[in-house]
Ligand binder design. Structure first.
Ligand code: SER
Length: 321
């Protein structure tokens, strides 16, 4: 039997990953663990749930033992923009929290830990166009530093200690649920849809020409699950796979929305912090390694994502087509 613990279950990805895992492996087999952000009621009603503060090693150990966990999806993290303002908290969650999870998993006989990395694991010296999987990283944000640490520590536990740790460098994730992310640098690509549908206008905090890699949530969930299910013999890399789906600028996304909502207007009020973070990230990722090692292939490009987002969001916001 496969028993799964998902930390950060109330976060941007966690709240869509938990239902997807429950559909796949059974509701009772997936334990949703939250801490500072309350878990959605629907998630609590649909299956087991608990509280895990990842900075507390005892709480992690208790949850792993109580629920007889063999796989952990460790989604708790403080995202890029918030981490710059909450450095101590970001250290505690992103670095100490990850150490606690991997050590508890190793000591308790857990088989597999999925640890997402990010495009933030790259920095200003990284080639930004078609960024290779294996290249110079040297990020200059706290979030990015914690992600490089996570990749290296994941590889260490995998290769030295035999714990199966795997991870993807996720691009900006575009979610279509009624959840408005605020802690990241790529969040504009979600918030623009809420504003476009509610007010037909959006004020963007990144410059119009800021190109970043992005991915629609259904592809992200599928990527995480597909990597977790790949036979270990096929993998040379472990916790550090580039995955790509689309790359666009705010101006290009605004044009795509305007084609579908003609009175939509965008203006720009640059946030220097988030702009300075975005300016050090890749523009387009080369994900050949993920394609070769475990067959990664995205379903959604920008146009397919925009079409689907508008349908889904109109439904969530109770607006007719
Ligand atoms: N979406 C994340 C952020 O913007 C990147 O991993 O912080």
């Amino acid at each position: 039997m496969k028993r799964i613990l998902v930390t950060g279950a109330a976060g941007q990805i966690g709240r869509e990953l938990v239902p997807a895992l429950r559909d796949r492996y059974g509701s009772q087999e997936v334990i949703a663990a939250g801490h500072s952000t309350p878990l959605p009621d629907t998630m609590k009603e649909a299956g087991p749930h608990t509280v895990v503060d990842v900075t507390n090693p005892l709480q992690i150990k208790d949850a792993i033992e109580k629920y007889e966990i063999d796989t952990v999806y460790h989604m708790s993290t403080i995202l890029s923009a918030l981490a710059e303002n909450k450095r101590q908290r970001a250290h505690a969650v992103n670095i100490t929290g990850l150490c606690n999870i991997l050590e508890a998993a190793h000591l308790s006989g857990v088989e597999k830990v999925m640890v997402p990395s990010s495009i933030a694991a790259f920095g200003p010296e990284t080639p930004r166009d078609l960024t290779p999987n294996d290249t110079i990283q040297r990020p200059n944000t706290l979030y990015g530093i914690s992600k490089v640490f996570g990749e290296l520590l994941g590889n260490y536990y995998s290769l030295r200690l035999g714990l199966d740790v795997r991870g993807l460098r996720l691009p900006g994730i575009i979610n279509c649920m009624d959840y408005e992310p605020t802690a990241g640098t790529t969040d504009y690509a979600v918030l623009i849809f809420f504003s476009a549908l509610r007010e037909s206008r959006y004020s963007c905090y990144l410059r119009p020409d800021t190109r970043l890699p992005m991915m629609y949530m259904p592809d992200a969930i599928r990527a995480i699950i597909e990597l977790s299910e790949t036979s270990i013999d096929r993998l040379t890399h472990r916790a550090d796979f580039n995955v790509s789906a689309m790359s666009f600028t705010p101006a290009e996304l605004a044009d795509a929305i305007q084609e579908r909502i003609p009175d939509f207007k965008i203006k720009y009020e640059i946030d220097p912090l988030r702009q300075s973070i975005a300016d050090t990230w890749p523009q387009v990722l080369d994900d050949t390694v993920a394609r070769d090692e475990w067959g990664w292939k995205p379903d959604y490009d920008m146009d397919a994502m925009v079409d689907d987002m508008l349908v889904q969001m109109r439904e969530k916001l109770g607006m007719s087509g």
